[in-house]
Write a protein that binds this ligand. Sequence first.
Ligand code: KIV
Length: 284
Amino acid sequence: MKDSSKGIGGESSPKGPAKVRKVTTRSLVEMKRRGERITALTAYDHPTAQLLDEAGVDVILAGDSAAMVVQGLDTTVTVTMEEMLYHSKLVARGAERALVVGDLPFMSYQVNRDEALRNSGRMVKEAGVEAVKLEGGEKLCATIARIVDAGIPVMGHLGLTPQSIHRFGTYQVRARSKEEADEVRRDALALADAGVFGIVLEKVPAELATEVAQSVKVPVIGIGAGPGCDGQILVSHDMLGIYTKFKPRFVRRYAELGNQMLNAFSNYVQDVRSGDFPSEDESY
Ligand code: KIV
């Protein structure tokens, strides 16, 4: 696993082990300025977070997609604050270099600003994340400013906002109309003004996403938003082929782990049933 004698890029120093340089909200903004693409993926547990960190992923999101890909639910709306604290804590423990962002679940930040701040504080103090993410635009700016003012970095989320599924009724591409596209443009500027360090932009036309990324100083991390964003994020279980209920067009499968796991489990069942496992070597 991790080789602590090596720094980023694997260099070891004659003076001893190079320290891993932590990704911060500030370094992400600098990456955008230098034109370096930001990599982000979701995780829900410790071993996955460790692997993502080792692979050099810049941002690990303990996403509320846990509701769908881990808990087997149809939407993200019912995942609770306690459950997100649990997942976020496991993830935060696994990451040394990556910035860890904890997703604030539906209704943990909408009721009022005090509650939003209290729940953001719990994410940082109890789960150990370095930033929180919430969904929504202009209307949430006062809430965001309050959280940021308390010293907690906030990431926004615009375009397709899965927590509002019952309002929209579909997971289709957003902001195809001029009105909706203008709203996304306005929301992105408002979020940046309110102090977010980055914005996730989900499932909007690539041209609009490029324009939005060029209009704000903070990184825009796309998911189904084309190549013109400052970085990309995917749900790990989608790109690994573990979550197979549906596959949006924007997902690239980097592995078919679901199939591999199924094969491994089936082989085990067969080996136990046939008496092939455990062998003499696997016994004491
Ligand atoms: O919860 C999540 O996984 C997310 C990503 C889709 C960005 O918010």
